[in-house]
Design a binder for this molecule. Structure first.
Ligand SMILES: N[C@@H](CCC[C@H](N)C(=O)O)C(=O)O
Length: 291
């Protein structure tokens, strides 16, 4: 089979995307690993299949919340495992659907996209996209996190924004730079199903013009260290606001190795939601022969 793909990225978090509107070409975990391999394949932190929600295999996801989500983001990590949600990926996915002529979306317009975490609204803006990640949750527990080259294990804060995260505050930039994230951070207790782990350092001053500022590095479940993680940036901002206490802002600028992401917490009738904004680019198209 020939895979007609597009490579895309959002703040350096890179994805291989392909269109399977009728749901006829689901890839196996082994094929996904091969496509995402940086030496023998296209290379990517994850793979996204564009499939119509109506063509999903029964039980793949519940789309009860919004029957208008014509398109589903079928997201897979580079190691061939699924994830419920991807904050950078969903912006790149919106860009891809527009580029393929599968949806029309002008700046200011909103598109509902199905994900394993539920339906998410993505709004196109002048420079990129903003996604409403819905209600966030404290995941409970404060696992002790050990990472190579860090002097001590520290408690992390578990946060779920559709997918699982544990956020750890480090002492300073020097510690953040020294952490060796080519090894999987060890958690005690280890959360069932694994987790993404974010390491954060507040900027000094923490708040400028009402916007909180942090730096972050991430070890993604199923992909290793990446240049950025959108849902991770959201979890990191939520955790930092939690630690900062009363008076902490609801708007955050998160600096990652691949660029800058914006996070905003806002009230809704349904409780507090959190949104993520940032760029989304398509890089090149290609065809890969799959055995
Ligand atoms: N890079 C993504 C998150 C991708 C999924 C994650 N590795 C997981 O397993 O949950 C993002 O931008 O949010």
């Amino acid at each position: 089979m020939d895979l007609h793909f597009t490579k895309g990225q959002g703040t350096g978090n890179d994805f291989v995307l392909f269109a399977d509107p009728e749901g006829e070409n689901e890839l196996s975990p082994t094929q996904i690993q091969a496509v995402c391999d940086r030496k023998f394949g296209v290379g990517g932190d994850g793979l996204i299949r564009a499939v119509r929600s109506s063509k999903l295999a029964a039980g793949a996801a519940s789309l009860d919340e919004d029957a208008d989500a014509e398109w589903f983001m079928d997201y897979w990590n580079a190691d061939g495992t699924v994830s419920e949600m991807c904050g950078n990926g969903i912006r790149v996915y919106a860009r891809y659907l527009i580029d393929q002529g599968l949806v029309a979306l002008e700046p200011g317009d909103t598109l509902a996209i199905g994900t394993r975490a539920g339906v998410r609204d993505v709004q196109r803006n002048r420079t990129g996209f903003q996604v409403d990640l819905g209600r966030w949750k404290l995941a409970g527990g404060e696992p002790l996190v050990r990472a190579r080259n860090l002097p001590v294990a520290r408690p992390g804060l578990g946060i779920n924004v559709g997918n699982p995260h544990v956020v750890v505050a480090l002492a300073d930039d020097a510690e953040l730079d020294a952490a060796d994230l080519s090894y999987i951070p060890q958690l005690d207790p280890e959360p069932a199903g694994g987790t993404n782990v974010e390491f954060v350092v507040p900027s000094d001053p923490l708040v400028v013009d009402g916007v909180g500022r942090i730096r972050m590095r991430v070890h993604e479940r199923g992909s290793g260290e990446t240049l950025s993680c959108g849902t991770g940036a959201v979890a990191a901002a939520l955790a930092t606001r939690h630690w900062a206490g009363a008076g902490a802002p609801n708007q955050w600028r998160v600096e990652v190795a691949g660029g800058v992401l914006g996070v905003r917490m806002f009230p809704t009738e349904d409780g507090e939601h959190v949104s993520l904004s940032g760029p989304a680019e398509l890089v090149f198209d290609g065809v890969l022969g799959l055995g």
